[in-house]
Design a protein around this ligand. Structure first.
Ligand SMILES: [Fe+2]
Length: 487
């Protein structure tokens, strides 16, 4: 069977249908305990580790939580595979594979820094095709990751990283295991055809895919060069947000999340497995495909979600809600009830609130805000985002609309309007300060920097001062002393 490649994929009822844009089928639901087998009756019945697994397969568990965890926190998957993943040869450092991945976000690390100013980047360039007519180097998904910033450290299982990626080459007979954290990937240009140990996912711009830490995967590029965004969380998992008074319906519906079905290859050729551990890369080779899982069951699974399906909720009478109503997924921090990062999206919606200042109100907050745009146009507070660009607002630093926008929003006749038509913008609403990498602020990434004009708010007028006579009359009527001028 040497160098022979065969493939088998599960077929079952209750799966989504394939389409021209996505040839794969999926199991649906969020947080489910799924079971899938590419060969019927391979999954052991009534136990996980029988003395003999059918066809001599090996049983292997991947555990994504400390073993002694509450039932809610347990994330694991049992895989029944041709060879256990330990058959992977000698592991050695491979830092040259990508020197732009950062994972240590501390003031002691001189490669990252805290920036107080607002920053925005024009779209990061898409790497050119590496076909025979081009002189561009081959860059696969792993090589194409560039870290923009983050907080914490994966060795502490605390914090997160924001990356962007651009690649022009499929990962052929190469897989990545990201041991540091859970990847939330947002393609912005070009589809990603992702093979994982648990099966395939095709992900297009407008969809988000989550790959848990420790799952081996590779990324193929069916449309040529790609570009997109990644938020990686350390030591936690993305969840659906709590609903509170909303009840049980709305936002991202659990049944719209799609997870792969078992699919395995018989491929006895040399494969490279790369591991990302503490932000550094390590590599090994083995003479067989890592995608040899014939059947699996568990709840530590990759999934994707088509963000156009998001059910927007909004104020239907007056006033503004907090942007948490746009939350697709949230990653809890170690503080009970507090998120590490909320993933929000801004999509087509009706705005109908009466007697309301409708643009984002002026604010400062504990959170860091990192925004990007998948498609369409999005006018942020201090800059207009283009697809593939990024913006950053530091923790507790003020932001808001220009005087002209404020004036227009306070004087215009309020009508029912649609906003974000044909637009998919997103925000990582991060509850901690974010340190930015040198790559983003001084290196290659800084070539896309688009400095916002700090003086664009200089013409904000203090209208209160035009009304001092009336103010004094009100004060007098209330028995209070009038305003006095300081000498
Ligand atoms: Fe904000």
């Amino acid at each position: 069977m040497a160098n022979c490649k065969m493939t088998a994929t599960a077929q079952a009822a209750f799966l989504t249908e394939s389409s021209n844009k996505d040839p794969h089928r999926y199991q649906v639901g969020f947080g489910n305990r799924f079971a899938s087998e590419a060969v019927p009756n391979v999954l052991p019945k009534g136990q996980n580790v029988p003395q003999k697994v059918k066809y001599g397969l090996y049983s292997e568990q991947l555990n994504g939580a400390p073993v002694f965890s509450s039932r809610d926190a347990i994330r694991h998957v049992w895989m029944y595979r041709m060879r256990p993943s330990v058959a992977h040869g000698q592991v050695s450092p491979a830092s040259d594979l990508n020197t732009e991945i950062e994972s240590c976000f501390s003031t002691a690390n001189k490669q990252v820094e805290f920036i107080a100013s607002q920053l925005a980047w024009d779209p990061f360039p898409i790497v050119e095709s590496s076909d025979h007519q081009s002189s561009s180097a081959s860059i696969d998904f792993l090589q194409g990751i560039k870290t923009v910033g983050g907080q914490g450290d994966p060795t502490l299982r605390d914090g997160l990283a924001i990356h962007v990626y651009s690649a022009n080459t499929s990962m052929e007979r190469t897989a990545l295991s990201n041991n540091d954290g859970e990847f939330l990937i947002l393609p912005q240009h070009g589809r990603l055809n992702i093979q994982t140990e648990l099966g395939w996912l095709m992900v297009r711009p407008g969809e988000v895919v989550v790959i848990p830490a420790g799952i081996r995967f590779r990324v193929l590029l069916p449309d040529g060069p790609v570009r997109g965004y990644i938020q990686e969380v350390f030591g936690t998992h993305y969840e659906l947000p709590e609903f509170g008074a909303v009840g049980s319906n709305g936002l991202a519906l659990p049944r719209d999340f799609e997870s792969p079905v078992a699919s395995f290859d018989i491929d006895e050729a040399p494969w490279t497995i790369n591991y990302k551990i503490a932000g550094t890369l390590h590599t090994c080779t083995q003479n067989h495909s890592p995608f040899d899982v014939v059947a699996w069951h568990g709840n530590l699974v990759p999934y994707k979600y088509a963000m156009e399906k998001f059910v927007n909720m909004a104020n239907a009478s007056k006033d503004q809600a907090d942007p948490t109503i746009y939350c697709v997924l949230t990653a809890p921090s170690k503080v009970p009830g507090v998120s590490l990062s909320d993933f929000l999206i801004f999509t087509k919606k009706w705005i109908t609130a009466e007697d309301t200042f409708r643009p984002p109100y002026y604010h400062r907050n504990m959170s860091t805000e990192v925004m990007g745009l998948i498609y369409g146009k999005y006018g942020g507070s201090s800059h207009v985002l283009d697809g593939g660009g990024l913006s950053y607002e530091a923790s507790y630093m003020p932001h808001g609309e220009t005087y002209q926008t404020w004036k227009d929003a306070t004087e215009r006749k309020l009508e029912n309007v649609v906003i974000c038509e044909d637009t998919m913008a997103f925000m990582f609403h991060i509850s901690v300060p974010v340190l930015l990498t040198k790559w983003a602020t001084q290196g290659e990434g800084s070539k896309s920097l688009h400095q916002s004009d700090a003086h664009q708010w200089d013409d904000l007028q203090a209208h209160f001062l035009d009304h001092l006579e009336d103010v004094n009359m009100d004060l007098k009527a209330a028995g209070l002393p009038a305003l006095t001028e300081k000498s």
